[in-house]
Ligand binder design. Structure first.
Ligand SMILES: C[S@@+](CC[C@H](N)C(=O)[O-])C[C@H]1O[C@@H](n2cnc3c(N)ncnc32)[C@H](O)[C@@H]1O
Length: 300
């Protein structure tokens, strides 16, 4: 399958580019209802100095940080199509040993700003940085929030991101497992819960759907090995899951905090259009180099 590249400006679609500038300012120049899905990770509160002029994350108070996120994601809402969605990856912060609760503060603020929260996902990082804390558990997860623009219909391809069945294999001895389906080889229709269609649909999906069971809300994904950037880079498989679920064929994926351009690289590989924004010129160049290298590998 080949994909036509679209690079237009002046009010029309602007895609397949990395734009250098402040996320909010740049989003204001984009047309409404033009993006299918946004996958992004904003700078975390007081985590790092990216040295950009308008950089987010260095605010004095958590409330000021949340206000800036709301500004950016409200513009994202405007540029998103009615059927579109938003995946936000965000970690927490401890100050003087106290957890600030930034992910949920952000999620609730985005809900108040008009986004519809559909799911929180735990991104479990099996190779998370070790830590010396002894007064609480070591953190090895971040949050991923899945939002949609519209209240009713939105594009979501559950089949594209199904995961392998684990609960009811042929060898499963799980209590109450096969009993729901009657004897070995039984089906939900003949099991002890025959007649309860809700239970049937759920159990059939869990155990028999030919493409695997519906995606769960804990994703165990190792950190990226991309070392050129001095900040945390998305694992490609995390981005891939969000793009496959939320971007239809020929659609456009946005990342307003593009960093090293992982979202664009994955979109390019999956033959979607992309649009990346970052306020640091050096990172924009890095992203452009990565995208060029990835598309060269794909066409070889
Ligand atoms: C966590 S990093 C994103 C990493 C990215 N997900 C990747 O895979 O490489 C956050 C990025 O946001 C950028 N950033 C910070 N403030 C910004 C602003 N106001 N507008 C646009 N980009 C900003 C930083 O320069 C940094 O590259």
């Amino acid at each position: 399958m080949t994909r036509t590249k679209t690079v237009k400006q002046n009010g029309a679609a602007v895609v397949d580019q990395i734009l250098c500038g402040d996320a909010c300012e740049t989003l204001r120049t984009l047309p409404s209802n033009s993006i299918d899905c946004t996958v992004t990770s904003p700078p975390y509160y007081r985590q790092r100095d990216y040295t950009g002029i308008d950089q987010i994350g260095v605010e004095r108070k958590p409330e000021e940080y949340i206000d800036r996120l709301v500004e950016v994601f409200s513009e994202c809402l405007r540029v998103t199509k009615e059927s579109g969605s938003l995946w936000v990856v965000i970690g927490d912060k401890y100050i003087d040993g106290e957890q600030l609760g930034m992910p949920w503060r952000a999620a609730l603020a985005l809900k108040d700003a008009g986004w519809r929260l559909r799911s929180d996902v735990i991104w479990h990082k099996p190779n998370a940085m070790p830590s010396s804390v002894k007064t609480r558990p070591t953190v090895d997860h971040e949050y991923i929030f899945f939002f949609t623009k519209s209240k009713d219909y939105y594009y979501y391809d559950a089949d594209a991101i199904r995961e392998p069945h684990v609960t009811f294999s042929e060898k499963s001895k799980m209590k109450g497992g096969r009993g729901h389906f009657g004897k070995r080889g039984g089906t939900p229709e003949t099991g002890k819960n025959s007649g309860d269609s809700n239970l049937h649909d759920g159990r059939w999906d869990q155990a028999f759907h030919p493409k695997g069971r519906n995606k769960r809300t804990v994703w165990s994904i190792s950190l990226s090995k991309f070392r050129e950037a001095h900040f945390a880079v998305f694992p490609e498989s995390l981005v891939e899951t969000c793009v496959l679920a939320s971007c239809p064929e020929g659609g456009t994926v946005l990342d307003p905090f593009a960093g090293s351009g992982t979202v664009a690289v994955v979109a390019e590989r999956l033959q979607k259009h992309y649009l990346g924004i970052d306020c640091v010129e050096e990172y924009c160049d890095m992203a452009r180099r990565r995208i060029a290298a990835a598309s060269e590998t794909a066409t070889r």
